[in-house]
Design a protein around this ligand. Structure first.
Ligand code: FEO
Length: 397
């Protein structure tokens, strides 16, 4: 396997995981890549490694351009195991002079591997000589882990941004201009919604900080997906837009159904929203995954959740997706709950409490249908859709 030249002295030496479909719960329908980069100066430097299963692939790519034992410096921008899993093995094989990490990176890597990796801690503003060029470090705490760090190769003007600005997309084409925007735009947005969304305030502050530092990289090289070389500002602008979470006249209805009653309610609400002029997405958890819900929620301003009652609980698929959405901390949502039941409707009421715990502004009590919704309940659902639509229109004025 071959390294791929990125610029004069920089090579991509990562791995492509074509067939991964579940990345700790994130549905990766187009696989992913684990990007590692080799700088071939007087002090050969490796930035990040790969998931441990791909150690052989990475070492083979490195060996196509240099004897791996000549690597003097390793930088770990991010300690999550998809980038550090192979690190102890690489250190053992290469015996580098230095291994640079952030302070939290040192803590995380020690927690992962319980061995002395001879790490040296760096912080924002620190610089190291990589032999003919300089790397400066910028800590990016909580983007998306406490240890996250950017490395900036000054002369070549390349920013290595760890997970940030990446996407789960297995592609043999290494650069933005070689890939199809109709595919990557959705994958980049999905990645933001599922990985970065909870840290949107930090994203905005960080982008501001980087702007003030005067960084204008000719390339942004993340740890997943491809490298931004044609228009690196494009992904930065998209992050600024997604992080701002501006209100939009769009509602997402997430539900599951047992015998079709909750689905009837969901469809009535959707029709009310449409009649009120709102864009609406109806997502059944029977046929969708939580990553899809996150993607649709990113640019929505209303969330309606519906569940039937099973053994005096909400449906398990709804419990799953609500736990996930709570963690994503999407801002500025209004919403309401609905659902059908047989003899105990209180679990449907608990959905309203869940919405409140998620920070959603609840605009109406839960609509509950004993068994199959009658015409009155259907009408109430339609009217709820219209009410949400009216509130959305007020929000975006
Ligand atoms: Fe790609 Fe946070 O690891």
């Amino acid at each position: 396997m071959q390294a791929v030249q990125v610029s004069t002295n920089v090579y991509w030496v990562g791995a492509i995981d074509w067939n991964i479909r579940d990345f700790h719960g994130y549905s990766t329908k187009r696989g992913t890549t684990y990007n590692a980069y080799l700088i071939l100066g007087e002090k050969p430097t490796l930035i990040d490694t790969v998931k441990k299963e791909f150690y052989g692939e990475m070492m083979e790519r490195i060996a196509s351009v240099i004897d791996p034992k000549k690597i003097e410096i390793i930088i770990s921008n991010h300690s999550e195991l998809d980038h550090s899993g192979a690190l102890p093995q690489v250190i053992a094989a290469v015996a580098p002079t230095e291994v640079y990490v952030s302070a939290m990176g040192q803590k995380d890597l020690t927690g992962h591997f319980h061995q002395d990796l001879k790490m040296k801690v760096v912080k924002t503003g620190d610089k190291i000589d990589v032999g003919g060029d300089t790397i400066s470090f910028v800590e990016a705490r909580m983007l998306h882990w406490p240890d996250s760090m950017f490395s900036y190769l000054e002369k070549e003007n390349i920013l290595f941004s760890n997970d940030v600005f990446g996407m789960h997309y297995a592609t043999s084409k290494l650069f933005d201009d070689e890939n199809d925007e109709r595919i990557w735009l959705t994958e980049a947005e999905k990645y933001y919604a599922n990985i970065v969304l909870p840290y949107s305030d930090i994203v905005l502050r960080f982008l501001d900080q980087v702007k003030k530092m005067g960084l204008s990289p000719k390339m942004i090289a993340p740890d997943h997906g491809f490298i931004w070389r044609k228009d690196p500002a494009r992904i930065v602008d998209l992050y600024a837009k997604w992080a701002a979470q501006a209100p939009k006249n769009k509602a997402v209805i997430v539900y599951d159904t047992m015998w079709g009653s909750t689905e009837q309610m969901a469809r009535q609400i959707a029709d009310g929203l449409r009649a009120g002029g709102s864009e609406v997405r109806l997502i059944s958890m029977h046929s969708n995954d939580r990553s899809k819900v996150a993607l649709e929620i990113l640019d929505a301003s209303a969330l309606l959740i519906g569940s039937p009652v099973l053994n005096s609980q909400i449906f398990p698929a709804m419990a799953d997706v609500l736990c996930y959405l709570k963690g994503l901390r999407k801002k500025g949502l209004i919403g309401a709950a609905f659902g059908s039941y047989g003899w105990n409707g209180s679990p449907v009421d608990s959905l309203t409490k869940t919405l409140e715990e998620m920070g959603v502004a609840v605009v109406a009590p839960a609509i509950k249908s004993p068994f199959v919704p009658d015409e009155n309940i259907k009408k109430s659902c339609f009217e709820l859709g219209k009410l949400i639509s009216q509130k959305l229109a007020e929000k975006i004025q």
